[in-house]
Design a protein around this ligand. Structure first.
Ligand SMILES: C[S@@+](CC[C@H](N)C(=O)[O-])C[C@H]1O[C@@H](n2cnc3c(N)ncnc32)[C@H](O)[C@@H]1O
Length: 289
C-alpha cells in the first residue's frame, strides 16, 4: 500500500521515496544500494540474434544505470547503439530514447528488437555515424531534444582484431569478429592516440545535445595489445575532461565485476597475463561553467 505524507511516499519494501528527489524515481534505500563503487552482474543468456554482435551489453545492467540517472519520461541517448540494448532498457523503464548505429546490419537488429515490444514512449534507432551526430538527429526531426542521460559502450579500440581465445571461438562458429569494414567505424582505427581523439570528438557531440546537469556513463576497459596493457579506460576518462568548453567533469568509476567468467590458464609458469574479469563504468557530468 502507498501511504503519503508531506515530504515522502512510503513504497513498502522498496523504502521511502523523497518528493524532493531531483535525479531519479528511486527510494533512499535503492539509491544507497546503487552508490557502491562495484557490482557483480550476472547477465541472462543472450538470444540468437544478439549473439551475432561481437560485444553486446546486457539490458538488465543498463536498466540499473538508467533507473539511477533518470526519471520516467526523460530522454536517454546512445551514440554506439549496436543491437539496441540501451533502447530496450529505456523502453522497459518508460523513458524516451534515441541511439545511432553505423552498421546497417546491427541497426536492422535494433529495429527488429524494438518492433517486438509495445513501448508507449518514443524509442528511435537511427542509422548513421555519431561523427555527424547533429546531422543524424536533424534528419530524423530530433534536433530539438536535449538529452538527460547517455549510456554507451564504444568499440574497445582494436580489440576485435586481437587473436584472443574468445575471438577464435567466435570465428570457429562462423560468427562476426569485427563490427564492419566501414571507414568511420571507430573500431577500425589502427592508431591508439587517433582512436582516443576520435572517440573524444564523438563525446564532444554528445556534450552539445546533453542538458546542463545531465550525466554520461561509458562502459569500457583497459586492453592488451602486443603483450602490453593500453590504459584505454583511463585515457578515455582523462581525454573527455580536457576538451575546453566541451569538457565533461569526471565524477567516478563503477567497477563491473564479471564473476561468472571461467578462469583460463594464461601465461602459467612463464609470465604475468591476467584473466581480466572486470569492466569500468565511467561516470561524467555536464556542469555549468
Ligand atoms: C561495443 S558495440 C555497442 C554494443 C551495444 N551496447 C549493444 O549492446 O549491442 C559498439 C558499436 O559502435 C558502432 N560504431 C562504431 N563506430 C561508430 C560511429 N562512428 N558511429 C556510430 N556507431 C559506431 C559499432 O558498429 C558497434 O556496433
Amino acid at each position: 500500500m502507498i501511504k503519503k505524507n508531506k515530504s515522502y511516499i512510503e513504497l513498502g519494501e522498496r523504502g521511502n521515496y523523497c518528493l524532493k528527489n531531483k535525479l531519479n524515481d528511486l527510494t533512499g534505500k535503492e539509491w544507497i544500494k546503487f552508490s557502491k563503487s562495484w557490482f557483480i552482474h550476472r547477465p541472462p543468456r543472450r538470444k540468437d540474434e544478439e549473439i551475432l554482435h561481437p560485444a553486446k551489453y546486457p539490458e538488465t545492467l543498463v536498466e540499473e544505470f538508467i533507473s539511477f540517472f533518470t526519471k520516467e519520461g526523460e530522454w536517454v541517448f546512445d551514440p554506439f547503439l549496436g543491437t539496441g540494448s540501451t533502447l530496450i532498457a529505456a523502453g522497459n523503464l518508460k523513458r524516451n530514447a534515441a541511439g545511432i548505429e553505423i552498421t546497417k546490419h546491427y541497426h536492422k537488429t535494433s529495429i527488429n528488437r524494438i518492433a517486438k515490444q509495445k513501448y508507449s514512449n518514443k524509442i528511435e534507432a537511427l542509422k548513421g555515424s555519431s561523427d555527424d551526430l547533429q546531422k543524424v538527429l536533424m534528419k530524423n526531426n530530433l534536433s530539438d531534444i536535449k538529452f538527460d542521460y547517455t549510456i554507451t559502450s564504444p568499440p574497445y579500440w582494436n580489440q576485435l582484431e586481437r587473436n584472443s581465445m574468445r575471438q577464435k571461438l567466435r570465428s570457429d562458429k562462423g560468427l562476426a569478429t569485427k563490427y564492419s569494414e566501414i571507414k568511420d567505424d571507430i573500431g577500425n582505427i589502427k592508431n591508439y592516440d587517433e582512436f582516443i581523439e576520435r572517440q573524444a570528438k564523438i563525446f564532444d557531440n554528445v556534450f552539445d545535445i546533453t542538458k546542463t546537469g545531465g550525466y554520461l556513463t561509458i562502459i569500457t576497459n583497459n586492453v592488451y595489445h602486443k603483450s602490453r596493457l593500453y590504459p584505454l579506460a583511463f585515457d578515455t576518462a582523462v581525454s573527455l575532461t580536457k576538451r575546453g568548453a566541451k569538457s565533461w567533469i569526471l565524477k567516478d568509476e563503477k567497477m563491473w565485476l564479471q564473476n561468472d567468467k571461467p578462469l583460463i590458464a594464461l601465461g602459467v609458469n612463464n609470465a604475468w597475463v591476467s584473466n581480466r574479469h572486470h569492466q569500468y563504468c565511467l561516470i561524467f557530468r555536464k556542469e555549468a561553467d
